[in-house]
Design a protein around this ligand. Structure first.
Ligand SMILES: Nc1ncnc2c1ncn2[C@@H]1O[C@H](COP(=O)(O)OP(=O)(O)OP(=O)(O)O)[C@@H](O)[C@H]1O
Ligand SMILES: [Mg+2]
Length: 270
């Protein structure tokens, strides 16, 4: 059974960029061994929230804890032992284009002085096998499909046996079959490694499939905290429109200001 202490805790976290208030006194406890999914529209602050959990952004107010230790405000150097326990799948994959698949995966291993050269090679083979890509070690990212890039990035994220894996939009930009393959991988890794996962997404199929718990971020706060089944019982209009993928009056009003003028007769787009 999962440890009942939260592995990550946010307490009263607020963050603004200029006049834009992105997070407003957010409280959140991430349960160890579970997959917590955070949904919400583009620009609502999901990536900003994740970056606070891994210490890439600092809160204006409030604190972030890893187990019982406060990690907000730590210097990069003091963050290193905590980072070693975290795997991060960045939005867009973010592989180094000038490095081969193997070099990409070995990058965090080198940074954290993981074993000898042959141990690193072996670990690279293991994690590539886990994502079904052993044999592609010498390829460069330019020679991979979008789905393969995500899987390599996933292999890199798990290379150091992290206790928590953070996935930022793991299925975005993939066709439904490739997206489902990533969902299956997230589920399989969770079973195999028994780790904690935090997934940020606006892909509802993915949220339902991988999540034990689903939260929705809206205007700097969580407006739902439920289970995949619980989603169908939510009565909040903002939430149900989002889940159904329906534009509401606010979104449609944005279009009303931009009239679409037809081209004059005889003219074509060049
Ligand atoms: N480093 C930064 N400097 C200034 N503004 C930022 C910075 N990072 C994020 N923002 C702003 O914070 C808001 C939330 O951004 P964030 O990237 O968290 O959105 P998101 O929910 O992840 O969106 P998406 O689903 O499109 O990835 C946006 O208005 C964004 O412009
Ligand atoms: Mg984002």
């Amino acid at each position: 059974m999962a440890n009942s202490q939260p592995i990550i805790r946010l307490s009263g976290v607020s963050k603004s960029f200029g006049q834009t208030e992105v997070l407003r006194e957010v409280d959140l406890e991430i349960t160890a061994g579970h997959t917590t999914v955070i949904i919400g529209p583009s620009g609502c602050g999901k990536s900003v929230l994740l970056k606070h959990m891994v210490g890439l952004l600092q809160p204006d107010a409030g604190d972030v804890f890893f187990r019982q230790r406060k990690i907000s405000g730590l210097s990069e150097r003091r963050m290193v032992p905590f980072r070693r326990r975290m795997g991060f799948l960045f939005q867009g994959g973010a592989l180094f284009d000038s490095m081969t698949v193997e070099e990409n995966i070995r990058f965090p291993l080198r940074e954290h002085s993981f074993g000898t050269d042959s141990m690193q090679k072996q670990r690279c083979r293991e994690v590539l096998a886990m994502v079904g890509l052993d044999g592609l070690q010498e390829r460069f990212p330019a020679g991979l499909s979008g789905g393969q890039k995500k899987r390599v990035a996933l292999a890199r994220a798990i290379a150091l046996h992290p206790q928590v894996i953070f996935y930022d939009e793991p299925t975005t930009g993939l066709d439904p079959i490739r997206a489902d393959l990533i969902n299956e991988l997230i589920l399989r890794l969770q079973k195999m490694l028994n780790n904690t996962a935090v997934v940020v997404t606006h892909d509802m199929a993915s949220a339902r499939k991988v999540g034990n718990r689903i939260l929705m971020l809206h205007e700097g706060k969580f407006i739902i905290d439920t289970t995949p089944d619980g989603l169908d019982r939510v009565s909040n209009e903002v939430v149900s429109s989002f889940i159904a993928g329906r534009a509401g009056p606010e979104e449609l009003a944005e279009l009303a200001n931009h009239r679409i003028t037809p081209l004059p007769k005889g003219e074509t787009h060049s």
